[in-house]
Design a binder for this molecule. Structure first.
Ligand code: GLN
Length: 318
C-alpha cells in the first residue's frame, strides 16, 4: 500500500507516538481485562488502525507518527470503552468469520471461531456440485439457518455454495437488518431473510439441511456476567435453566421441516453433547454424531432424518 502523506502533527516529545501508545495501552488493557500480552497488543493496534484507517503494515512501519487532535479524541473514546470491557468487535463494528468480514452490532452475537465447525460440517453434507446443463443444472440445495444473527453462518454457506438457496431466520428484526447489510456488502444473493421465532413462520417449508447456533448457556451461568458476554444480546446466549430450552424446541420441530435424508446440525455448549445427541435420537434422528472444535471440545451435534423409515411405513407383519 502506498504511503499516505504524514497527516499528523509533530508537536514534540510529550506527545506519545504510535509506538508509545501501543506499549502503554497494551499494558493497561492487559491489566484491566486480564488479557494475555499478545492479545492486548493486537487490540490496541486494531483500534489505532481503525482510527487511522490504515492497515497493519502501515501501523508497524510508522512507529514515530502521532495522532492528530481529532484522531486522538476518537482513539481515546474507543480505548476507554474497551477498558470498560466492551467487546473489540462492537467497537470496530466488524468481525472476520470463515474468511469473510461481517458487520456486527449489539443486536447480534459476535461470530466465534468455534462456530466455523458448524459451517464446515454443513458444507460437508452438500452433494457434489452438479455439472451445469443447458437448463442450468440440478435442483438447488435448500438450507435453513435458525437464529442467524449477523448472518455469519448462513452467508458463509451461501458464499461457499452458490448452488444453495439459504433461508436465514431470526426473531430479531434488528439482527436481520445487520444480516441483510452483510449480504449486500458481501454481494451474496442466494439468501432470503425471514423474521421467525424458530419454525413459527416456516409453516410447510422443507429443507435439505437445517443449521443453528442457538442460545445454549444456562440462565444462571456466571459466564454471562463476564467478558464480552455481558455486552451481547442475552436472548442470543441464554436458554432456560439447563441452557437447552431452545435446542429442545428446535430438535422437536426440525424433522417436520426436513426433506428425506435431510440433516439437522446444532452448535451447543462444551458439556451438552451427550444430552443433545439424546434429544436428537428422541426426535427420530439417525446417524447422530458430535464433532469437536479446535479446542477438542464436542461443539456441534447432528442427525439425519429418513422420513420413510421414521413415520410412513410401519413394518409389515411377518
Ligand atoms: N459459544 C458462546 C459462548 O459460550 C455462546 C454462543 C451461544 O450461546 N450460541 O460464549
Amino acid at each position: 500500500m502506498p504511503d499516505k502523506p504524514n497527516n499528523v502533527f509533530n508537536v514534540g516529545h510529550s506527545v506519545p507516538n504510535l509506538r508509545d501508545i501501543i506499549r502503554q495501552h497494551s499494558l493497561r488493557l492487559e491489566t484491566a481485562l486480564s488479557l494475555d500480552p499478545g492479545s492486548a497488543r493486537i487490540e490496541v493496534q486494531c483500534l489505532l488502525q481503525f482510527v487511522l484507517q490504515q492497515n497493519r503494515a502501515y501501523l508497524l512501519s510508522h512507529p514515530e507518527d502521532v495522532l492528530d487532535a481529532e484522531q486522538q479524541a476518537r482513539y481515546a473514546a474507543l480505548f476507554e470503552r474497551r477498558l470498560n470491557g466492551e467487546p473489540i468487535a462492537y467497537l470496530l463494528g466488524e468481525r472476520e468469520f470463515f474468511g469473510l468480514n461481517f458487520k456486527v452490532t449489539q443486536a447480534t452475537l459476535i461470530p466465534r471461531q468455534d462456530t466455523e465447525l458448524l459451517v464446515e460440517l454443513a458444507l460437508q453434507r452438500f452433494p457434489s456440485p452438479q455439472p451445469s446443463t443447458a437448463q442450468g443444472g440440478g435442483s438447488l440445495y435448500r438450507v435453513l439457518d435458525l437464529g442467524t444473527g449477523s448472518g455469519a453462518v448462513a452467508l458463509s454457506i451461501a458464499h461457499a455454495r452458490p448452488d444453495a438457496v439459504v433461508t436465514a431466520a431470526d426473531i430479531s428484526n434488528q439482527a436481520l437488518a445487520v444480516a441483510g447489510e452483510n449480504a449486500q456488502r458481501l454481494n451474496i444473493g442466494n439468501v432470503r431473510l425471514l423474521c421467525s421465532d424458530w419454525f413459527a413462520e416456516l409453516h410447510h417449508e422443507h429443507y435439505d439441511l437445517i443449521v443453528a447456533n442457538p442460545p445454549y448457556i444456562a440462565c444462571d451461568d456466571a459466564h454471562l456476567m463476564q467478558g464480552d458476554l455481558r455486552f451481547e444480546p442475552r436472548a442470543a446466549l441464554a436458554s432456560g435453566v439447563d441452557g437447552l430450552d431452545d435446542i429442545r424446541r428446535i430438535a422437536a420441530q426440525a424433522a417436520a421441516h426436513l426433506n428425506d435424508h435431510g440433516w439437522l446440525l446444532l452448535e451447543h455448549g462444551h458439556d451438552q453433547a451427550a444430552r443433545v445427541r439424546d434429544l436428537l435420537r428422541q426426535s427420530g434422528f439417525v446417524d447422530v454424531f458430535s464433532a469437536r472444535d479446535l479446542a477438542g471440545i464436542e461443539r456441534v451435534s447432528g442427525g439425519q432424518v429418513f422420513s420413510h423409515t421414521v413415520c410412513q411405513h410401519p413394518p409389515f407383519p411377518a
